[in-house]
Design a protein around this ligand. Structure first.
Ligand code: DLL
Length: 430
């Protein structure tokens, strides 16, 4: 077993908590002294940095939200003078102003080190050739992975997004052993590989790291099978650094949140009270340029109990179920698009793309799924298709507790995205 930073990754829990408390006190004082937004928040809450004496005292601090970042666009929450800023990224979001995130030299060094920790954990070494299939414009994905892989000493191909055939050609010709992209784009790469009649055995791929959007266990299996690789889940968000917040180890039983740099909490998204499962809240413990206290990520997950057999002691969270604002309420039943995916992707007859359609008939919302089938099924018999449609409808209804209208469509007809997939089509808004 090997680690990038064994001492830190396997720290005794008591020692890790001690380090977290020391850093929490530091970052709280730092925010209070350098960010007027926090000074004002503390004043309103009637607290002082000296009130943070134990780790649990973090609960005294008010939450920070994406709205706060947007209200202070672009640099209102930055804690350092402009001259110390070394990099600026932004997350586009779907509406309104982008969320701007900035880094000092030290922030970039920490980020690179965390990414090296994660990539090393997935098995990336100096000898590897790494293809990074992310949009490099403002987005943190490509740069994060690039810094980490370079730190390990691997060869990096900053492939960017698009031109799927060329991506596969590069994979083959440059003997790529690891690649990283969104999971939905990985499945599209696999489709195009089929079209080009390139088999996983023609490539040298061993490892894939995927993130930036929710995906499911059946989807992992499909990706692993298509490329003959070991596929890992990686979670992060621009506001913390980008990727580099947490990742799965070889056990693939939850993602380790790097507790030396982030303090994780989970709260009920409605009441804001601590909970075992709910919204992930993160406090940056070491960031200089944009320190954030109790940041509401909007992402839903839960803590996993017990010691991980990989030897790492940093707390684990389960797969991200979706965002608080992704949840659909259909006739009073809460439905997550990720649950729909989990159910349909376990059917081998189903292709690699689908859409969740929400529509309204009168006062009632209804749920549909439009799913691509495999070419074999599509050219098969009417009876087979009807049978598949019925089985899918039954499974979805019993898994989600709401009836679902299933539409099966021809392979490769739904739109593919090179970045984060847009799975939900909300006809109620049209
Ligand atoms: O997506 C950072 C990233 C890049 C992570 C590449 C992993 C790989 P943002 O654009 O700010 O940053 O989007 C962050 O994406 O709040 C989640 O809702 C979602 N997300 C990220 N990783 C995962 C994941 C990057 N593994 C938002 N599973 C987050 C589910 C994820 N959702």
């Amino acid at each position: 077993m090997s680690f990038w930073d064994e001492k830190t990754e396997t720290m005794k829990p008591g020692a890790l908590e001690k380090l977290q408390l020391k850093r929490l006190k530091q970052v709280v004082s730092y925010c209070y002294s350098n960010v007027s937004f926090y000074r004002e928040k503390f004043r309103q809450a009637g607290i002082k940095p000296s009130d943070i004496k134990r780790l649990d005292d973090v609960e005294k601090i008010p939450y920070t939200t994406k709205r706060d970042l947007r209200d202070n666009y672009p640099f209102g929450m930055v804690a350092v003078p402009c001259s110390r800023i070394n990099r600026i990224h932004a997350s586009s979001g779907t509406t309104g102003k982008p969320t701007v995130v900035v880094y000092t030299r030290k922030d970039l060094d920490v980020w690179a080190d965390l990414m090296a920790r994660e990539l090393y954990m997935s098995g990336v070494r100096k000898k590897d050739t790494v293809q990074l299939i992310y949009n490099y414009a403002f987005f943190t994905g490509g740069f994060g992975f690039q810094q980490g892989a370079e730190k390990i000493g691997a060869a990096v191909i900053p492939a960017g997004v698009g031109n799927t055939r060329k991506q596969i050609q590069v994979m083959k010709d440059f003997n790529v052993s690891m690649f990283s992209s969104t999971p939905s784009y990985a499945l599209h790469l696999a489709e195009v590989m089929d079209e080009l009649n390139i088999k996983s055995g023609d490539l040298k791929l061993r490892v894939g790291v995927f993130g930036a959007e929710p995906w499911s266990e059946p989807m992992r299996k499909r990706i692993e099978k298509s490329f003959g690789i070991d596929a890992f889940d990686n979670y992060g968000l621009s506001e913390m650094c980008g990727p580099g917040v947490c990742m799965e180890c070889g056990e693939k039983d939850g993602m380790h949140v790097w507790g030396d740099h982030f303090l994780p909490e989970i709260v009920d998204p409605e009441s804001g009270e601590r909970a075992d499962g709910g919204e992930l809240v993160l406090t940056t413990l070491t960031k200089e340029a944009l320190p954030l206290l109790r940041y509401r990520t909007g992402d839903l997950t839960s803590f996993l109990d017990g010691v991980c057999s990989c030897g790492r002691t940093h707390r684990r969270i389960g797969r991200i179920k979706g965002r608080v604002d992704d949840m659909l309420i259909i006739r009073g039943v809460n439905v997550f698009p990720s649950h729909v995916e989990e159910i349909i992707m376990s059917f081998p007859e189903i292709g690699d793309s689908y859409q969740v359609i929400v529509s309204r008939e009168g006062q009632m919302d209804s749920l549909g799924v439009r799913i691509e089938v495999t070419p074999e099924i599509f050219t098969g018999s009417e009876v087979q298709l009807r049978d598949l449609r019925e089985r899918l409808g039954r499974e979805l209804c019993s898994g989600l507790d709401v009836s679902v209208d299933v539409e099966l469509v021809e392979p490769f007809t739904l739109e593919r995205s090179a970045g984060k997939a847009q799975r939900v089509v909300d006809l109620r808004k049209e």
